[in-house]
Structures are given as structure tokens and as C-alpha cells.
Design a protein around this ligand. Structure first.
Ligand code: SF4
Ligand code: SF4
Length: 172
């Protein structure tokens, strides 16, 4: 799947320019929100007795692959040799070793209740609203980026076939 998506970005370079630009915007917002998140996770996650970073969450789905390819980022291969319930392969001594924008997206939008509570306590209502607003912006832009990619794929079938089907579910 990774190589197929990379090939589409090469062949349809011009048509996917907008997708690449949106991916850059999404990356910038994610790295901005990361600056708000790090002081929170540094406190809450250190005390966690049920760490959510298990290996099941370390795989990149289709949308992650489109996002990462648009950015030209290296994409880690799925490592099937590690048990799903084992600690995530990217979990280091001080938390996740990946830049936030290169983590599977599920890792960015997941907030456990203690983390949300602490964010509210530390940021206050207006800071908390700002945080939630940034998360919504990330999701909206990312969704439109994926939609634009799938539209290009749907409307520009490759003569030899892309060997990857557009995600038609997005269009219903
Ligand atoms: S995000 Fe929540 S569940 Fe996950 S490690 Fe941090 S405190 Fe634990
Ligand atoms: S945040 Fe990092 S360590 Fe945690 S599950 Fe995601 S990729 Fe793994």
C-alpha cells in the first residue's frame, strides 16, 4: 500500500499539489498543539497505571499513509512481530519517540479523561476551548485533504490501473 500511494503522488504530482499544501498546514497545527500537549502529558502520563501506548496503535492506516506521503515523510513499516498488546514499538523511556505529526493520527486525537481534566485545570476554559478548536481544525483539514486525494484517484484512473481502489465510502 505504501509504495502504491507513493507512486500516485509521483504520477499525479500536479493534481495533488493542493493535497500536499493542506498536509503541510495540518502538520504545522499538529506541531503547534504538541507544544500545548507536552507539558500536560509529561505530568499525567508519568503517573498513568494503564498506559494506552500499546503496539496495536502503532500501525498507519490509509489516511495516515496519504498524509505522510504528501509530506514526503518516511513511513515505518508495520512490525507484525510484536504482539498487539505489548508496549508500542515507538514508546521510549520518556514517551513517544516520534514527532507528533508523524504518529498515527489516532495518537493525536485520543485524550483520556485524566488528560482532558488536567488540560481543563491547567488551561482554564478559554485555553481549553482553544485546544479543542485546534483539534477540530486538524480533523477538518485532514478530512478535506483525504477527500481531495480520493477525488483525484477516482477521477483520474491510471491506464494500467493504480492497483488501489478509491475509498468510495467518502463520497456517500
Ligand atoms: S494518554 Fe492517558 S491513558 Fe494514555 S498514557 Fe497518558 S494518562 Fe495514560
Ligand atoms: S503515541 Fe507513540 S508510543 Fe504511543 S501509541 Fe502512538 S506511536 Fe505508539
Amino acid at each position: 500500500m505504501i509504495q502504491k500511494i507513493q507512486r500516485i503522488f509521483i504520477v499525479q504530482r500536479d493534481l495533488l499539489a493542493g493535497v500536499r499544501n493542506t498536509a503541510l498546514e495540518v502538520r504545522d497545527i499538529i506541531e503547534t498543539i504538541s507544544l500545548c500537549m507536552e507539558p500536560l502529558t509529561a505530568v499525567v502520563c508519568q503517573e498513568c497505571i494503564s498506559v494506552c501506548c500499546i503496539n496495536k496503535h502503532s500501525s498507519y492506516d490509509r489516511s495516515d499513509l496519504i498524509f505522510m506521503t504528501a509530506l514526503g515523510s518516511d513511513i515505518p513499516e508495520d512490525n507484525t512481530g510484536i504482539d498487539d498488546s505489548a508496549p508500542c514499538r515507538f514508546l521510549g523511556r520518556n514517551g513517544c519517540i516520534l514527532e507528533r505529526s508523524t504518529r498515527p493520527y489516532r495518537c493525536t486525537w485520543f485524550f483520556c479523561t485524566p488528560l482532558l481534566d488536567y488540560a481543563m485545570e491547567k488551561s482554564g476554559p478559554s485555553g481549553y476551548r482553544k485546544l479543542i478548536g485546534m483539534l477540530q481544525r486538524i480533523t477538518e483539514k485532514r478530512t478535506s485533504m483525504i477527500y481531495d486525494f480520493e477525488t483525484v484517484l477516482l477521477k483520474n484512473p491510471h491506464p494500467g490501473g493504480w492497483d488501489i481502489k478509491p475509498n468510495n465510502l467518502l463520497f456517500y
